[in-house]
Ligand binder design. Structure first.
Ligand code: PRP
Length: 208
């Protein structure tokens, strides 16, 4: 059996559709269940539905052979695995955002930056030689500047509707090309190559 770790949330539907196009029976992913280990009806595939940040952990450990997860998460987690394919789904960017009136915010000393991408933000500002205070959060990041918890945010922007609904704008697009990637466990790629390589080939063909 081939085991997939799949990110719950914004990537879930597109990931399932993509796998379906490669001949993977993903009907079980549409079932209303609280079970976390799901198997395809033909018994060929197992799926673990996990939080995006946990996908690289399952794949690095070899519990899952393959994973589908955003490049934003890979940058943040920095795990030991193969990033095999750009799947060209879940396109978004990673931006610094805040209130339009505070475009000068970026130059203020010790900017307070709210983010769920703590490692990436630390690296970014360290590389720039800028001292900032990182405010680590787990979600609803846009709330931080709105409530005064931070000056700006460092977060993913997809449609831009969350920013807009909260009166915020992109101040700087830091990583403009974030997409979902196929990640593979390094050992499994060797030990299960007969099963994995044809599937990876099919995915490569489908994404073009
Ligand atoms: C992400 C991100 C933004 C939003 C951006 O959050 O952190 O809040 O999506 O998307 P948009 O540009 O299409 O509005 P997500 O929905 O994953 O949930 P979270 O707030 O729980 O992190």
């Amino acid at each position: 059996m081939i085991y997939f770790a799949l990110a719950k949330g914004r990537l879930a539907e597109e990931s399932a559709k993509l796998l379906e196009r490669c001949g993977v029976d993903t009907a079980v992913l549409r079932s209303e269940t609280r079970r976390l280990v799901l198997e395809s009806a033909d018994g060929k595939f197992g799926f673990f539905l996990v939080k995006p940040s946990d996908v690289p952990i399952y794949v690095e450990a070899g519990v899952a052979d393959l994973g589908i997860v955003g490049k934003d998460t890979l940058l943040e987690e920095n795990r030991d695995l193969y990033e095999m394919l750009d799947l060209r789904i879940g396109r978004c960017s990673m931006c610094i955002a805040g209130f339009p009136a505070r475009k000068d915010a970026l130059t203020r000393p010790c900017l307070r930056v709210a983010t769920k991408y703590v490692n990436t933000a630390k690296r970014l500002f360290f590389d720039r030689g800028e001292e900032v205070e990182i405010v680590p959060l787990h979600g609803s990041i846009e709330l931080a500047p709105v409530t005064g918890l931070s000056d700006v945010i460092f977060d993913v922007v997809q449609t831009g509707s969350t920013l807009k609904a909260n009166g915020l704008v992109v101040l700087e697009e830091v990583f403009p090309e974030i997409t979902a990637r196929l990640v593979v466990n390094k050992v499994c790629l060797k030990t299960k190559s007969e099963q994995l390589l044809p599937l990876i080939g099919k995915l490569r063909e489908v994404v073009g």
